[in-house]
Unconditional design. Structure first.
Ligand code: ADP
Ligand code: MG
Length: 716
């Protein structure tokens, strides 16, 4: 027996701390198991009570004669160690500690928690909690509600993991209203032993789980191995969608960070990166959790994003049409045959082009014929049916017609029967047959959108990795040299040299200490040139009026030198000015940013996005955890809003996306090879026309003592 089986499907359960006082947790959990119709054997353990709810109580766990698979412990922390010792003696296989008062209350509680976790580990017992709501398995062969949620959910194919106990009861309540059924339901509390990772694995192997929903506050995981294993769950054999709400989304980036990347990349960006890399779908609200889980239940994934809308109401049809675009969908262009079929079945006033308006007085036949015609169209990947209840609308008949067609097709069909009372009978029918249905068309559109996102994830192309030969030693020497001199940043010239060793194209750049030298250097490089201030106190040079581009001759170069020094002095009178860099002017290109910020446990977080001096305003950026391979680099580039511009928008030439991807991978290699790099910005990296590569125009590298926890992320 897998030890988590003892938690979810025990043959016998002992409730240690069962109470005869209604309203007490120890009473309610016992009552919920008993009245929920648990199919195994149940024992109340309480040294002071004779019986609980008419079941004879036992004074201690060891007084139970038969074997006990699962012990529910609802007792004060000071008694817990003794109770766990008894569990070990008794040979229980799983323990759920419902009681609170451990890690969350301070050091003493944490110590007890760690101690019982260690005891269980040594004895091969799995421990859930402490500080949790319990476990529910509604399957007819178990029917166990070992929790203090009053409601036993219906049987279904969704499994839930929650770090918050309180949210569980609300989720169960919502679920009932929406006709949702669960396979397994667990609240994990403090996660002393069993954590979300164990449960994701377990649910993935559970034949009754088709969709996993999860609420978490933090993940305790590390590195690439976690991501690879989750990826296998979400897209390998038996791919299972995982939906997550992660609280704390609005936490800001580190305000004191001295790079663009550091300023934008807060811990939430790390979570986003992990979720995206692993194929976990992050949602913002409990509503979305339900909306999307419902969409996944029929297991129908669209081939692509062209959808058809069939509606009896013009307005909602337009709303849905608007929403399709923001959900990443488009309205399918219907084939001739489809339009002809629609014309033959619909009145002359009906719109036979997408969105198909079957008109307010539509009968169920009209809906059926229209939906049947569009769903057969090879240009259509999925359909949405909208219904508003007019006096002549046959709500239940239409629902049945939709069920009939939806069952016949491999394409997803979602509905929005708009309203509450008048449409409720139809909604019930749809729910009974697992046809996703939503009160509002915008939710239906978002649900179809998420199915398309999943389709893209499942069908993602996997390209062979790049094989680069970097001049690692050279870069390492420069970085270690600075580090040993206790200079915790790389000067721009050193920075460029390091990037060059990793295959980046850089521009000729020379330091000039005075106006005379600047003029001579500019002559040597050849006009036009660029000049930039060099001062350890000035981080963003343009802020200080410290950058002049397109200098065409000696006069301009001399004037630029004087202007730059003057503005820098005015910007910060204490700034030490080392001189001015004279740099070759780059060929035109799109300005993007490539950056890195290092996080304990998770490792280096790589950022890519729209570059230039307005990075923080647009925040059009995407993150991934290094190591990044070619495929992740590709999705990064594709997922920013400026991508269409790089891809050749409105007749502009396509940019060198391939070279850009290569540089993302090279940057990931660089920061993994050099743990002293703490933060890095390449901004801008100029992406030239296709075939012409990319050029670094500015780089900033900050060093620090390598964090042992960051190094750990690489190896674990
Ligand atoms: P900072 O980011 O410190 O303000 P940059 O070196 O990035 O300074 O320069 C600011 C802007 O000047 C860049 O975003 C880019 O538009 C332009 N620029 C800088 N260097 C060059 C160059 N060598 N060729 C062309 N344009 C440049
Ligand atoms: Mg810059």
């Amino acid at each position: 027996m897998n030890n988590l089986d003892a938690i979810f499907s025990p043959e016998s359960v002992a409730v240690v701390g069962a109470s005869s006082k209604p309203g007490k947790v120890g009473h309610d959990i016992f009552k919920n198991i008993l009245w929920g119709g648990y199919t195994g054997t149940l024992y109340p353990v309480n040294p002071k009570a004779k019986s609980i709810l008419c079941v004879k109580a036992l004074p201690g766990l060891l007084n139970i004669e038969d074997k006990v698979d699962l012990a529910m412990l609802i007792i004060p922390p000071k008694l817990i160690i003794k109770a766990v010792e008894d569990c070990i003696k008794k040979g229980v296989k799983g323990i759920v500690v419902v009681s609170a008062g451990f890690r969350e209350v301070g050091k003493e509680g944490l110590e007890i928690e760690n101690r019982i976790a260690a005891m269980c580990r040594a004895a091969g017992i799995r421990l859930v909690g402490p500080n949790c709501l319990g476990v529910i398995n509604p399957h007819s062969s178990i029917r166990m509600n070992a929790s203090f949620a009053a409601r036993m959910p219906a049987v279904g194919n969704i499994s839930f993991i929650s770090q918050s106990g309180a949210l569980c009861t609300a989720v169960l309540d919502f679920a009932d209203d929406r006709g949702f059924g669960f396979s397994k339901f667990i609240s994990i509390g403090n996660k002393a032993d069993v954590d979300e990772f164990d449960l994701l694995r377990y649910y993935h192997n559970d034949p009754d789980t088709d969709v996993i929903m999860m609420y978490i506050e933090e993940l305790r995981l590390c590195g690439q191995e976690f991501i690879d294993e989750i990826k296998e769950i979400t897209s390998g054999n038996n791919p299972t969608p995982i939906l997550v709400i992660k609280s704390g989304k609005t936490s800001a980036g580190a305000a004191a960070a001295s790079s663009h990347t550091g300023a934008i990349a807060g811990t939430e960006a790390v979570y986003d990166a992990i979720f995206e890399e692993a194929g976990i779908i992050r949602v913002d609200t409990v509503n979305e959790l339900f909306d999307y889980a419902e969409a996944f239940i029929p297991k129908k994934i669209p081939r692509s994003n062209s959808i058809a809308i069939v509606t009896n109401a013009g307005g909602p049809g337009i709303v849905a049409t608007d929403m399709t675009e923001s959900a990443g969908l488009k309205l399918a262009k219907l084939g001739k045959e489809t339009v002809n079929a629609l014309k033959s079945h619909l009145p002359a006033t009906a719109n036979t082009h997408n969105p198909i308006d079957v008109i307010g007085d539509a009968s169920m036949e009209r809906y059926e014929k229209a939906l049947d015609a569009v769903i057969k169209d090879e240009n259509v990947d999925g359909a949405m049916v909208i219904l508003t209840p007019q006096s002549m609308t046959d709500v239940t008949g239409t629902a049945e017609a939709v069920v009939k067609i939806a069952k016949r097709t491999s394409k997803p069909v979602v509905c929005s029967f708009m309203g509450i009372f008048d449409v409720s009978a139809g909604v019930k029918i749809l729910q009974q047959h697992h046809i996703p249905t939503y009160t509002f068309p915008e939710n239906a559109a978002k649900a179809l959108g998420i199915l398309n996102t999943r389709s893209k994830w499942l069908n993602r192309q996997i390209l062979a990795q790049y094989e680069f030969k970097h001049a690692k030693e050279k870069a390492g020497e420069i970085i270690k040299g600075c580090f040993n001199r206790k200079q915790m940043y790389l000067g721009e010239l050193d920075g460029l040299e390091v990037l060059k060793s990793y295959g980046f194209t850089t521009l000729t750049t020379i330091l000039a200490k005075d106006e005379e030298e600047a003029a001579k250097t500019a002559d040597r490089i050849g006009y036009p040139v660029v000049m930039k201030i060099v001062s350890p106190q000035i981080i963003h040079k343009s802020d200080a009026g410290g950058v002049k581009v397109g200098l065409k001759n000696e006069d301009e170069a001399r004037r630029a030198f004087r202007d730059i020094v003057k503005s820098a002095n005015a910007f910060n009178p204490d700034a030490a000015i080392d001189g001015v860099l004279v740099q070759e002017m780059a060929r035109p290109g799109h300005e993007v940013i490539l950056g890195m910020n290092r996080y304990p446990v998770f490792g280096p977080l790589i950022m890519f996005g729209m570059g230039g001096i307005f990075v923080e305003i647009f925040k059009d950026v995407v993150f991934r955890i290094a190591p990044i391979g070619r495929n992740n680099a590709r999705t990064m580039v594709k997922s920013v809003k400026v991508f269409p511009m790089l891809d050749g928008f409105r007749g502009t030439p396509k940019a060198d996306i391939e070279a850009l991807q290569q540089m993302i991978v090279s940057l990931s290699d660089l920061v993994l090879d050099n743990p002293e790099i703490r933060e890095l910005d390449i901004n801008p990296l100029l992406v030239h026309e296709d075939g012409q590569g990319v050029t670094v125009a500015d780089v900033r590298i900050i060093l620090s003592e390598p964090d042992p926890e960051c190094a750990l992320a690489k190896n674990c």
